[in-house]
Design a protein. Structure first.
Length: 315
């Protein structure tokens, strides 16, 4: 008779046991675009499990006083990887982390940094206090284990001046609004690089969940007049020119606005509006259909109320 232990061992040996999954890890690959300035490019796609939510561009600056970051990514895991990569690159600890706006792909990795070095404008700090933690459940549902251990962290430094200087590197701070109720753009005066946050997208369709289009247009006009040399957009490739990405962002927003207004006026429903033909000039924009359909959900109810009021509504 065959011993049960021997039989069990033979059975287990015949079964291909599952290979243990490798730990999740972000690949941080800084791209040098100016002296002492690097960008970690985000994936030009929506937040998804496949990319770990690492879709935003992150800027690293080397200064005599230490390493400066603009935005930090979606999770504690990303923040730890970013901090190690940035400090290895510059040879100095991170001394400042600027948050440009409230969206979670830009801010949740602040959990990896001491709150005192994390900075926001007064407007953004107020907004984050009421809204910042609200994205947490959605991010955990979208990204699962990528988000393990991530808790939203409020900034410990409130920016009061129009600039900060680190050694000889002077950063001009530009509090604006439009993509969100409180946006921050930063001009690195040493290199002439505009770090625009999500006020500017490049070859990637702009997202509009908290957009005020009139204020966004005003912000773009301000940015275009700065006299900078190149632009780091919030999403998409670096623009080596001063205004190509700014102009492209404005063009998309104008087209979306005109298209949705026309669709409402024609009596189209929101499904039809989200499936209109996208002009050929936007062929290079990643996620164009996705962002158009999101913009329909953001703007259509308001446009219908404006353009198709009830016949008995008081005027």
């Amino acid at each position: 008779m065959i011993n049960r232990r021997i039989a069990l061992a033979g059975l287990l040996g015949a079964i291909a046991l599952p290979v243990r999954a490798q730990p999740l890890a972000y690949r941080i690959t800084p791209e040098k675009i100016a002296e002492g300035l690097w960008v970690v490019r985000g994936v030009d796609a929506p937040i998804a499990m496949a990319n770990g939510g690492a879709i935003a561009n992150i800027t690293i600056l080397a200064t005599e006083a230490g390493t400066v970051l603009v935005d930090c990514g979606p999770s504690l895991r990303y923040g730890n990887a970013l901090r190690h990569a940035a400090e290895a690159l510059t040879g100095k600890p991170v001394v400042r982390l600027y948050l440009t706006h409230l969206h979670p792909d830009h801010i949740y990795a602040a959990a990896a940094f001491a709150p005192g070095i994390v900075a926001a404008t007064p407007q953004l700090a107020t907004l984050l206090k009421s809204e910042g933690a609200g994205f947490s459940d959605g991010m955990y549902r979208l990204l699962g284990d990528w988000m393990r251990g991530t808790e939203f962290t409020l900034p410990g430094t409130i920016l009061a001046a129009d600039h900060e200087t680190f050694g000889t590197r002077r950063l001009r701070l530009l509090p604006l609004a439009g993509h969100s109720p409180a946006d921050l753009a930063i001009l690195d005066e040493a290199s002439g690089t505009l770090i625009a946050g999500d006020l500017v997208f490049h070859d990637r369709a702009p997202s509009t969940p908290h957009a005020d289009l009139a204020k966004w247009h005003t912000a773009l006009k301000t940015l275009a007049a700065l006299g900078h040399k190149c632009v780091v957009p919030g999403h998409g490739p670096i623009d080596p020119t001063p205004t190509a990405a700014i102009d492209q962002t404005r063009d998309w927003l104008d087209w979306v606005t005109a298209t949705l207004r026309a669709a409402v006026a024609a009596g189209e429903d929101n499904v039809a509006a989200g499936n209109v033909a996208i002009p050929a000039r936007f062929a290079t924009l990643q996620s164009a259909r996705y962002e158009l359909q999101r913009s329909v959900s953001h703007f259509y109810p308001g446009l219908e109320a404006e353009l198709m009021p009830r016949i008995d509504a008081k005027r």
